[in-house]
Design a protein around this ligand. Sequence first.
Ligand code: AMP
Ligand code: ZN
Length: 288
Amino acid sequence: MNRKRFVDSYLKKVFRVIKNYRLVEKKDKIFVAVSGGKDSTAALFSLKKFIEETTIDCELKVFHINFDLPVWKDVEKVIKKQAELAKVETVVIHLKDFGISLEEIAKKVRRPICSCCGVIKRYLMNKIPREMGATKIATGHNMDDFIVFFFKNLLSQKFEWIAKFKPLLPSTHPKMLCKIRPLFEVSRDENEKFCKILKIPFVREDVCPYSYIKYGLDKNREKWYQTIDGIEKWNRNFKISMIRAIEKMSNYFRQPPEEIKTCLKCGEPSSQEVCGFCKILMESKEKI
Ligand code: AMP
Ligand code: ZN
């Protein structure tokens, strides 16, 4: 497929999801959570193209969390370049401004650093954009991510998580933003190809020194991706049929059963009395 045809067909797939699930609506103020990697970069540029082509009255912003590790200076540069190319305003927050140091957390908190990082990211990705008037937060989760999560949750019988495998997750708490996943029907390889053809700079996924692979939290994740890519090779429509089946199936499950509470310490949505973010902050400040 030539380059132009690839980009047209890629955008057709992304736009179809945006339209079918009403991911972008009039007067929306969408913050795109950008890590600098190929997926969230592709999400930013395809949302931007959708807004330009449809001329819908919607505001887009780039939102990035800087982890204040040495390598992040370069990541931030790439993100600023992307935002400049997309002509979108950038909001960058630094973990140190919230009194958080990943190094302290790695030393003191009694759980894997990648899982702490996930809690921190999800918390700030909801709180900061919401406080700045966002109506939705967009992420770069792609079709391969959801297919792999699906198999893993199925095998561990965490059926209720399947309820979340949708292009749009509505808010379930007054302080919880609606989440959108415009790349629900495109793969990670397609996202990379899209960025490369359009010559958009992006960062490698494993820049973080605490990355999953090194710390073995999810060593087999890559094997899972290779397995579904392998099936796709002899069954051309495997991934798209699978993701559509997963989306339909998600309607048969209820979201995780815990009622969404309000954290006693910070007032943010939480599944427990005190949210994961506040717990990590407390643990990382405890004296050893
Ligand atoms: P991950 O949890 O690393 O798989 O990332 C999931 C999604 O979270 C990505 O597709 C991005 O949209 C978003 N994201 C990851 N890291 C950051 C970051 N440092 N700042 C803002 N958004 C991020
Ligand atoms: Zn809290």
